[in-house]
Ligand binder design. Structure first.
Ligand code: CMP
Length: 143
């Protein structure tokens, strides 16, 4: 069992795509164990995107992710990191395959609707940035 951190970015919230995006992970069979609509502060953004510091798109990325509310989530399931990234699609909306979230709804690389952890270790790190341990629910699916 693995956890992954997913975040509908400000463009996805503004375009009213939270429900559409969340539904795809629900239908895949992943389990939602935490979610909240929140404003990302510059401090949180810098921690989250630390690995991109120094890249040409870094400043634009920080400005965008702090520009409006995001919908932060933690999902659980077998190989949750890989499963979620398959549903999300490639970083560039143009390169992302039709049928993926970005392939269906994004045309831009910066405004690409959703973030998904790219590894197990990064998932643990990112979950720790956005959620306290007691916000992660432990429950069984009964149906
Ligand atoms: P994300 O999955 O959040 O991880 C880093 C983000 O940087 C990426 O999605 C894109 O939104 C953004 N980004 C902007 N420009 C680029 C670029 N040229 N290459 C990769 N990522 C980029």
């Amino acid at each position: 069992m693995e956890r992954t951190y997913l975040m509908v970015k400000p463009d996805g919230v503004e375009r009213g795509l939270i429900g559409e995006i969340v539904g795809r992970f629900e239908r895949k069979g992943l389990k939602l164990i935490a979610a909240k609509l929140m404003q990302v502060t510059p401090e949180l953004a810098e921690r989250h995107y630390a690995e991109h510091k120094g890249k040409v798109f870094y400043d634009r990325l920080i400005t965008f992710i702090t520009s409006g509310p995001v919908f932060a989530m933690v999902w659980e399931g077998d190989e949750a990191v890989a499963a979620a990234r398959q549903l999300i699609g490639k970083t560039s909306g143009i390169e992302a395959a039709p049928g993926t979230i970005r392939g269906d709804y994004a045309i831009h690389t910066n405004y690409n609707l959703i973030h998904g952890s790219d590894s197990h270790d990064n998932a643990l790190r990112e979950i720790g940035i956005f959620f306290a341990e007691d916000e992660l629910l432990d429950y069984e699916k009964v149906i």
